[in-house]
Write a protein that binds this ligand. Structure first.
Ligand SMILES: NC(=O)c1ccc[n+]([C@@H]2O[C@H](COP(=O)([O-])OP(=O)(O)OC[C@H]3O[C@@H](n4cnc5c(N)ncnc54)[C@H](O)[C@@H]3O)[C@@H](O)[C@H]2O)c1
Length: 426
């Protein structure tokens, strides 16, 4: 613990994705940091100054003192290991902790007495101490809580959102002992101007993170449900929300397709913990059911409005605006549902990588939408800045005069129906 006590710890960040990379770069402003990723292609791209997630600029990467490695041997020994690997769900919507287990196994082999292992991945309460701790113990031959120590500090970044970057959001920290909590508070506090919040223990910090995202999911599910009700009643949801928002305590959520690696996934982690404790998490799973059903609902509505098999252009495929992340994109589900109903669907997304779209989903992206034949319908699915900036005439040019314009994200709020052209909004 000497280096740590002297406030000069060697830190290794394990997993350099959307979460690990910005964290590693922030820590490297103050500490000696090594970044390890099991994917050598990721290491190669970072070493050459390119972050395909778009979170860190080439200039920042090149100017950082961080050292990127694809072989753990090279970066060890370190004093503090920070693990930020994926925590997805499997095909039965159960937590898939395999990356967390393998990262723990790898790090465990290099642990030395006094080391600290901090987890940043989103998990359910108990994972750090009951699952990761024992893996580290077995791999290292050291005793957890005596010879090495655990910490948990959930990541709260919002990809593509510069206003809530890592240094601008309070960092939650919890250690296995009060000493470790203080160490983490001093390490994170020295690179995060927004400050730290000390949770009383690791389980509390794990629980806090997982409910932050479950709460968002449930709130969006409620708005999705009312959007479906208002659609049935012939009332414009956006007008209702604008009116309701004038009350000081009305929560500002919008309807939409919930995808990505967090909001649609983390509630299943909480549900799993509840079920393990013989508690039926009704509201959490109801929220998931509603949000997971939205892609099918939207496809059904579009199909009903089109009536006959049609040529459709979808604008946007990534799970949210201005990011290239395609994980769990509900737009893919909507496209597949439309194709099953006989529609010919073309896709344009200037931010997604066509190789990734092909590899993940077997879909083909149009390279451009210039000079295309007008479509029977266009679907504004993701509010990328470039779509929001489209002039009304450019949107008009894409859809036949008697066609259908679907705007799932209020991308073109000022467009109104014309004599022939219909507009459908979620
Ligand atoms: N993406 C977000 O917005 C976000 C926000 C908050 C929290 N989180 C949580 O943070 C964690 C990481 O998410 P992410 O979006 O950064 O994932 P990611 O897929 O972008 O990055 C994870 C990286 O870990 C690497 N990796 C996987 N297994 C490894 C191993 N055994 N050893 C070393 N490297 C390994 C992968 O190659 C990848 O580069 C998840 O638990 C997620 O729920 C994500």
């Amino acid at each position: 613990m000497n280096n740590i006590r002297q406030n000069d710890p060697k830190i290794m960040v394990v997993g350099l994705g959307y979460v690990g990379l910005p964290l590693a770069i922030a820590l490297a402003r103050k500490f000696s940091v090594t970044g390890f990723d099991a994917n050598q292609a990721r290491i190669n791209e970072l070493t050459s100054g390119n972050d395909r997630t778009g979170e860190i600029s080439s200039k920042e990467l090149v100017n950082s003192s961080i050292k990127f490695i694809g072989d753990l041997d090279v970066g060890t020994p370190s004093d503090v290991y920070v693990i930020a690997v994926p925590t997805p769900i499997d095909h039965e919507n159960k937590p898939d902790l395999s990356a967390l287990a393998s990262a723990s196994q790898e790090v465990g082999q290099y642990l030395k007495p006094g080391n600290v292992v901090v987890y940043e991945s989103t998990v359910f309460p108990g994972v750090t101490e009951d699952i990761c701790g024992p893996i580290l113990e077995t791999a290292s031959g050291l005793v957890c809580g005596e010879e090495f120590f655990l910490g948990y500090s959930p990541e709260r970044i919002n990809p593509g959102d510069r206003e809530h970057a890592i240094d601008k959001v309070t960092k939650l920290v919890a250690g296995q002992t009060p000493d470790i909590t203080e160490l983490l508070a001093s390490i994170y506090g020295s690179v995060i101007p927004a400050g730290v919040y000390r949770a009383p223990d690791i389980r509390t910090a794990e629980a806090a993170k997982v409910i932050e995202n479950a709460q968002r999911d449930i709130n969006i599910a409620f708005i999705n449900e009312v959007a479906m009700i208002f659609n049935r009643l012939g009332i414009d949801t956006d007008n209702v929300l604008a009116a309701a928002r004038t009350k000081w305590n009305f929560l500002d959520f919008r309807p939409g397709l919930v995808g990505g690696h967090c909001i649609g996934v983390d509630p299943y982690y909480l549900a799993h913990a509840a079920e393990e404790a013989n508690f039926d998490p009704e509201m959490i799973l109801a929220g998931r059911r509603i949000n997971d059903g939205m892609a099918g609902y939207v496809a059904d509505e579009i199909d009903r409005l089109l009536q006959v098999p049609s040529r459709v252009l979808v604008l946007g495929l990534t799970f949210k605006e201005n990011v290239s992340d395609l994980r769990n994109s509900q737009i893919v589900d909507m496209i597949r549902a439309l194709a099953t109903k006989g529609h010919i669907v073309e896709i344009y997304d200037p931010i997604a990588s066509s190789e990734d779209v092909q590899a993940f989903y077997g879909l083909v992206l149009k390279p451009t939408i210039d000079n295309t034949e007008p479509y029977d319908a266009i679907i504004g699915a993701v509010a990328h800045d470039s779509f929001c900036a489209m002039a009304a005439s450019a949107v008009d040019d894409l859809v036949k005069p008697n066609g259908l314009l679907v705007d799932l994200k209020r991308i073109w709020p000022d467009l109104s129906p014309t004599e022939g052209r219909r507009i459908w909004r979620l």
